[in-house]
Design a protein around this ligand. Structure first.
Ligand code: SAM
Length: 241
């Protein structure tokens, strides 16, 4: 539902048509059954169905409480643009694993380009984020920024963040050890993952000049989407309380 800080216990709400359809025809909730509404405020709004008919669905708010499933660790994923299906997999799995912000990043070897990401594609991506958020019970939909060139994303690294660039040519330092060595533990991580064709050595060098550390994810060359999912899972495993 749209952001609605005003919704408080005992208030009644008529659900928007799309949501009413989901509650009545897809989930088939009966009168009195409970559901959780999310308004992207970080809260969960517990309510129960009061009326349900072709005319609409009405619910009464029982409780408003802080969402329980957001992580204190913020992950900003700057993902080199990929062919759509692979990129969409990262949006879905990254959301489940707790990514806070997705930044589709234009790299030198990105085969997918700006022309692949018109307004309808961005809308579709936004829908994937929302559905994944609902599915895994998060209380905030991750943000999706417009497509940005790598250089811009490097300029925007927050000053308190640990910025990491998994790179298959990095044989010295691995992601896990790098995370374990941090003291205090960083709360914001920026991850840069390359596109299908990988990152060029000049891009990695440029990133290093912006304070980014290159790290290995192991001896095998992973598909870009595998690398993204493995890196996010590692960060959460090492840093999430
Ligand atoms: N050609 C394959 C594809 O179509 O997906 C492999 C692409 S791989 C070069 C894409 C990105 O995954 C790289 O730019 C890097 O960020 C990351 N990556 C893959 N394997 C890695 C490894 N062993 N260590 C660190 N990063 C890795």
């Amino acid at each position: 539902i749209p952001p609605s800080h005003s919704l408080q216990p005992s208030e009644t709400l008529t659900l928007p048509d799309k949501l009413a359809h989901q509650v009545r025809d897809v989930l088939r909730l009966a009168i009195g059954e409970a559901l959780i509404l999310l308004d992207n405020s970080g809260d969960e709004i517990i309510c129960s169905v009061m009326k349900s008919s072709r005319a609409g669905v009405e619910v009464t708010i029982q409780e408003r409480r802080a969402g329980q499933r957001e992580s204190a660790v913020q992950i900003i994923l700057c993902q080199g643009l990929l062919k759509s299906a692979r990129f969409e997999l990262i949006l879905e799995k990254g959301t489940e694993l707790g990514v806070t912000a997705f930044v589709p990043t234009l790299c030198r070897r990105s085969m997918a380009g700006l022309e692949d990401a018109g307004p309808s594609k961005l809308q579709r991506w936004q829908r994937i984020l929302q559905e994944a958020t609902e599915q895994c019970g998060r209380s905030r939909v991750p943000t999706l920024s417009p497509i940005r060139p790598l250089m811009h994303t490097l300029n925007d690294i927050p000053s308190d963040a640990l910025a990491l660039m998994p790179w298959e040519e990095e044989h010295g330092v691995n992601l896990r050890t790098t995370l374990q060595e941090q003291s205090p533990k960083p709360q914001t991580i920026v991850l840069f993952i390359g596109p299908e064709g990988g990152l060029m050595a000049e891009e990695v060098a440029l990133a290093k000049r912006h304070g980014v550390q290159s790290v290995s994810l192991g001896p095998r060359i992973l598909r870009a989407e595998t690398a993204a999912i493995a890196a996010i899972a590692n960060v959460m495993y090492e840093l999430e309380a």
